[in-house]
Design a protein. Structure first.
Length: 115
């Protein structure tokens, strides 16, 4: 009787653990968000390294060399994916970005100048 109870308790504990793990993985799902900040790149962030170029030209140079566009919101940097032509147009400008957020990556749905 105790052996059957132990097996049942173990099975229930394992089931609860697996359900809990499923809930945790669901928390990583994309969340729709709206962020307002300045377009930058993943290398420079707030401090552009090419001192002989404007911030916008520095961003474009970094992106051409393989970096990603980024959005600087206060002191946090979000990597941006998608809508590269619009991100290029607004390089170094304050914008509002809407999209799906997963971690620190935003899958861009729209970019508009900030008001």
């Amino acid at each position: 009787m105790t052996r059957m109870f132990s097996r049942r308790a173990i099975a229930m504990a394992c089931g609860a653990f697996l359900l809990n793990c499923g809930g945790v993985s669901g928390q990583g799902a994309d969340a729709e968000t709206t962020l307002t900040g300045v377009i930058s790149d993943t290398m420079c962030g707030a401090a552009h390294m090419a001192k002989d170029k404007s911030p916008a030209d520095c961003i474009r140079m970094c992106v051409k060399s393989g970096e990603k566009y980024a959005l600087l919101v206060d002191k946090k940097l979000y990597t941006l994916q998608g809508h590269e032509a619009e991100l290029d147009r607004y390089a170094a400008q304050k914008v509002t970005v809407k999209g799906a957020l997963k971690g620190n990556v935003v899958m861009v749905a729209s970019v508009t100048p900030a008001r």
